[in-house]
Ligand binder design. Structure first.
Ligand code: EPZ
Length: 417
């Protein structure tokens, strides 16, 4: 097992380039199953979750080749419809195979993902929507077994604006017979890119990015050719790295309109953010002001930035309250931050953070993807040395993070445990 070692206290300076968005690349890769041809996706980040998805596409009989950041998927022949537990348990997004396989082959057998560190994360809304479109869904031996001769359009109200649920149903509806309307749909930028990609394949989708999406089903889709949008969560993580270390960093390819909530909150801390050279320039203030945040679905403050912002607030002057409204157990980073001297206590779905003068480096353990990012950020700000174990969590969603941070001046490296 590997660990990351950080000798903190260095203000970060320089330029960092944001990689392609994990949470856009994943649905786009599954969308290639909808077309009997060779699709090509550019700016695909080198991440564990991408590797898992490539393995899954292979399980379905697709031929996947990678050349740098380009992924080519030949889905002419679909020879399998089962997503096995050993892959799904490592990546919940595997459930995004359901919609495409059902739409393309009329059959899908996908292991239930099971719980994860941040919450139960059921997929009941995915299944309810597919049933509304005529699929027969059976749960047996931990697998979702779904069948449909041909999916038919339906009006579906989503009890929650689920990102994955919206993506699964978009892909299913693209090849269904008739019109589907998704109400209370998720509005994330990754949904907008998926809908645009499906339309470039011949789908007829309107309203992506709003709460109501209309899809006119078609009989066939052409292969996909597109380039993944920049990762707004990776960009936000680097912006906080600049703010927490007292640095001055240009985050290249960060897209302002995808990050308004984070930018607004970061600005309230006194951090200066301005558009520059096709990215965002982030300049840390002398002292950080404590700011309250409440996570929400897009365009609200992203839950995927909550842990990172909490690390920042441990260094602010004053007390901040962070409320997590999306997941039920997304405070796993709190006890690790406390080991580094942070003054945090949990009150139900909120955490109260009293800023402190200085964090102290310590051996800590990553528990989930964004929690591990918050420990890296705390380590960058802490005096003396931190060691972060179980960094396989980090590698799921950040491409070469220690190299990118070292290029900004951080004393950070990876070594064997
Ligand atoms: C996506 O997960 C992201 N993952 C998550 O990012 C992100 O945190 C989440 O959206 C919210 O923005 C990918 O895109 C691969 P949801 P997803 O369905 O689709 C409940 C990261 O760090 N729910 O919007 O699983 C669910 O329990 C990851 O990159 C149901 O109850 O999120 C949760 O409380 C972590 N029933 C809430 O909705 C359902 O059928 C949001 O889930 C579906 C969801």
């Amino acid at each position: 097992m590997e660990k990351i070692v950080i000798k903190g206290g260095v203000p970060l300076t320089g330029t960092v380039l944001v990689s392609g968005a994990k949470n856009s690349a994943l649905p786009l890769l599954f969308a290639t199953l909808l077309a009997a041809g060779e699709s090509e996706i550019g700016n695909v980040p080198q991440l564990r979750d991408i590797n898992t998805t490539v393995k899954l596409l292979g399980e379905f009989g697709a031929l996947v080749t990678r050349e740098g950041d380009i992924c080519r998927v030949d889905a002419r022949q679909i020879a399998g419809i089962e997503a096995p537990y050993d892959l799904v348990k490592t990546m919940r997004a595997s459930v995004l195979a359901l919609g495409p396989l059902l739409a393309r082959c009329g059959r899908a057998r996908v292991s239930l993902p099971g719980g994860c560190a941040i919450g139960a994360r059921p997929i009941d809304l995915h299944l309810k929507g597919l049933e509304a479109m005529g699929a027969t869904i059976n749960l047996d031996h931990g697998y979702v077994d779904a069948r449909a001769d041909r999916l038919r359009g339906a009006r579906i109200y989503l009890d929650l604006p689920t990102v994955g649920g919206t993506e699964n149903l978009l892909m299913a509806a693209a090849l269904a017979e008739g019109e589907t309307v998704l109400e209370n749909a998720a509005r994330e930028p990754e949904i907008v890119q998926l809908a645009a990609a499906l339309n470039s394949m011949g789908a007829k989708i309107e309203g992506a990015g709003t709460a109501v999406i209309q899809i006119q089903g078609v009989d066939e889709l052409q292969p996909l050719k597109c380039r993944v949008i920049p990762d707004r969560i990776e960009a936000g993580t680097f912006m906080i790295a600049a703010a927490i270390t007292g640095g001055n960093v240009l985050v290249r390819d960060a897209i302002r309109e995808d990050m308004e909530a984070l930018i607004g909150k970061l600005s309230e801390t006194g951090t200066e953010i301005r558009e520059e050279e096709g990215g965002l320039r982030v300049i840390a203030p002398e002292t950080l002001k404590a700011v309250d945040i409440r996570t929400s679905v897009f365009p609200g403050f992203p839950t995927d930035m909550q842990a990172q912002f909490m690390a920042l607030m441990t260094r602010a002057t004053g007390t901040s309250r962070i409320s997590e409204t999306v997941f039920e157990n997304r405070f796993m980073h709190v006890c690790e931050l406390q080991r580094m001297g942070a003054d945090i206590h949990i009150d139900g779905h909120s955490a109260i953070i009293r800023g402190c003068e200085q964090l102290t480096g310590a051996p800590v353990m990553a528990t989930d993807l964004r929690a591990s990012a918050s420990l890296v950020l705390a380590g960058l700000a802490a005096e003396n040395t931190s060691e972060i174990s179980r960094i396989y969590h980090l590698d799921r969603g950040y491409e070469r993070i220690e190299e990118k941070l070292a290029a900004l001046g951080a004393r950070i490296w990876r070594e064997q445990e």
